[in-house]
Structures are given as C-alpha cells and as structure tokens.
Design a protein around this ligand. Structure first.
Ligand SMILES: [Zn+2]
Length: 86
C-alpha cells in the first residue's frame, strides 16, 4: 500500500502541452540552443557573483566602485554595476 498522495496524472504527449495566453513568448525548452546559451550565461554570472562575494567587492560597481546598495542586490543578486553603468 502506498502512502503517497495521489495526484491526477498528466498524459504524456500533445494533450499535456500548456497553452500560454497570446502575446506571451513560450519559455525556452531544454534542447533549445538559446536555452543552453542562456543557462551558460547565468552560470557565468553566478560564478562572477560568488567571486565578488569572496573578494569583498560584491557590493561595488565594477566600473566606478560605487556602492550597489541593499535594494539593488535584493532585486538582482547578480548585479555587478550601478545604475549609471548598467
Ligand atoms: Zn558605476
């Protein structure tokens, strides 16, 4: 006997396709070259952010050294530049 809750199963195939409202671009899917590029760029940005955290420059603009501030970093933790230089 299974103790797992039962969820309605989605049938594989075209019936499981999610329809997006018109005007909304469909999200990139695995196997899409753009998706891979985007993922790779995001990974690079995360590595840069980790490096900046390690050397203590996480809160500074990489161009002018101005403080990025709490709000900017909360909005985008991968932020590397101030509003003037982004
Ligand atoms: Zn700057």
């Amino acid at each position: 006997m299974s103790f797992l809750p039962s969820y309605p199963m989605l049938e594989p195939g075209p019936t499981a396709t999610l329809a997006l409202p018109p005007g909304i671009p469909s999200p990139a899917m695995p196997g899409d070259a753009d998706w891979l590029d985007q993922l790779s760029a995001e990974l690079d940005a995360v590595e840069v952010a980790l490096e900046r955290l390690e050397v203590g420059s996480f809160d500074s603009c990489e161009v002018c050294g101005a403080r990025l501030g709490h709000e900017g970093l909360l909005e985008d933790p991968l932020l590397t530049r101030c509003a003037t230089h982004s």
